[in-house]
Design a binder for this molecule. Structure first.
Ligand code: FAD
Length: 411
């Protein structure tokens, strides 16, 4: 098989964006995109939202249509798994036994959905959600299902449960935490999400652990640790991902303790010819002063592009403030900066009025914000303020006063 100037391993958003980034600076270098999935890179957020509900066709999920890869002479090796990287000779061995050479290599291998190791977790009728194929299988299974149990109270669990209620599918949700999204949002917002799901007909069981999935040849019931039995002809686990960093580990690239691939501010790994982007990349975030890894669309979108450009010779640091969005029923969230593990949350506005922003304080500084329904002009000021990371003590009184224009604080 051929050698390429650029090889990209992964078939997600970061990979597609890397192709765009490379081609902005290098019109002729040869590019191969190696993806284990049988299709072109696509956007995953609709898999728990509009695509799951049948409101958006597959054709509208692709990051780029087939014509883009053809016109830019990008070889897409779909349905092809990369099995090993040999750094010394700069080659990637494919599972087929062939190998391809690279000048610069991008790892954008993302994650795979985690399946809880419960008894019965491998029964037919038990699903996880990461790919279009997963989503198609779930859609087929829930049509006509008598009862669906969603395990997990984080974004995927909430979004899937919300979509199922919108599809008229009977759903019970169960999770370990006291309220939905407990790791990221204050109790009042978590309880609001819970009551919105319940108003739509979902049954929500918090603070519980599923113990086993039972059934005769396929899923029929979920048993909780308190002995409660939930009928379930379909079970969907939304319990997080495991990173696909085995290739990086075997190639002896530097990894974090949590298996993220360590990159510098240009998204280069510990090997000068190997780069990483998206869910797997742990980069030095100048805003928080921490090395962070983020599993969100916007990071894959921007890092993929930046890595592509840098592989093609640009020398551009990655300093973009982390951002994410989510939609649960008619609640749309946006967040910038660092939310997890904050010591204190300041509130601006009112969650009851669905117009609120929460400001996350870390070591005395405001480093993150999560907003719902705030006026459009505040979006820019929120980003500017969080990017500046002011001392909470200096801004909190005015920050919490909706009468004060945020722009005056952003500086
Ligand atoms: C259902 C769902 C809903 C989401 N909703 C939101 C949302 O609302 N907001 C938000 O901000 N984020 C959301 N996300 C997260 C977002 O989609 C991810 O952060 C993003 O997809 C990460 O992109 P990536 O390119 O890094 O990796 P991935 O999208 O995981 O792509 C990795 C690709 O690499 C391939 N691969 C892995 N190993 C190999 C190998 N050895 N050889 C070849 N190919 C390989 C995989 O098959 C896959 O195609 C959602 C994710 C899911 C699953």
């Amino acid at each position: 098989m051929s050698d390429y100037d650029y090889v990209i391993i992964g078939g997600g958003l970061a990979s597609a964006r890397a192709c765009e980034g490379i081609r902005e600076l290098d019109a002729s270098g040869s590019i191969a995109l190696v993806t284990a999935e049988p299709r072109l890179p696509y956007h995953r957020p609709p898999l728990s939202k509009a695509y799951l509900r049948g409101e958006r066709p597959l054709a509208r999920l692709y990051v780029q249509q087939e014509s883009f890869y053809r016109e830019h002479r990008i070889t897409v090796l779909a349905g092809t798994e990369a099995a090993r990287i040999t750094r010394r000779s700069r080659r990637v061995s494919l599972a087929s036994g062939e190998s391809i050479g690279y000048g610069e290599l991008l790892l954008a291998t993302g994650g795979r959905a985690w399946r809880l190791p419960l008894s019965g977790a491998d029964l037919p009728g038990v699903f996880t959600l990461r790919t279009v194929d997963d989503c198609d299988a779930i859609r087929a299974a829930v049509s006509g299902a008598r009862q669906v149990v969603v395990i997990g109270g984080s974004f995927i669990g909430c979004e899937v449960a919300a979509s199922l209620t919108q599809m008229g599918v009977p759903v019970t949700m169960c999770f370990l935490e006291e309220y939905p999204l407990q790791a990221l949002v204050p109790p009042e917002l978590g309880q609001l999400i819970r009551s919105m799901l319940e108003e739509r007909g979902a049954r929500v069981i918090a603070a519980t652990r599923p113990e086993r999935i039972m059934g005769d040849g396929r899923a029929e019931r979920v048993q909780l640790e308190n002995g409660m039995l939930l009928d379930a002809d379909v079970v969907i686990m939304g319990v997080g991902i495991r990173l696909n960093t085995q290739l990086a580990r075997e190639a002896e690239l530097e990894l974090t303790e949590m298996s993220g691939v360590v990159v510098d501010e240009h998204l280069r790994t510990s090997d000068p010819h190997i780069w990483a982007a998206g869910d797997i990349a742990a980069w030095p975030d100048p805003h928080s002063g921490q090395r962070i890894r983020v599993e969100h669309w916007d990071v894959a979108y921007n890092q993929g592009h930046r890595a592509g450009r840098n592989m093609a010779g640009a020398d551009e640091p990655y300093r973009i403030l982390p951002y994410f969005f989510s939609d649960i029923l008619d609640l749309s969230f946006e967040a910038w900066g660092t939310l997890a593990r904050s010591e204190r949350i300041l509130v601006r506005g009112s969650v009851a009025e669905r117009s609120v922003s929460y400001w996350y304080v870390h070591e005395g500084r405001v480093l993150g914000v999560l907003a719902i329904g705030r006026p459009e002009p505040e979006r820019e000021a929120m980003q500017a303020l969080v990017a500046r990371g002011p001392l909470a003590a200096e801004v909190e009184v005015v920050l919490m006063d909706t009468g004060v224009d945020l722009a005056s604080l952003a500086g």
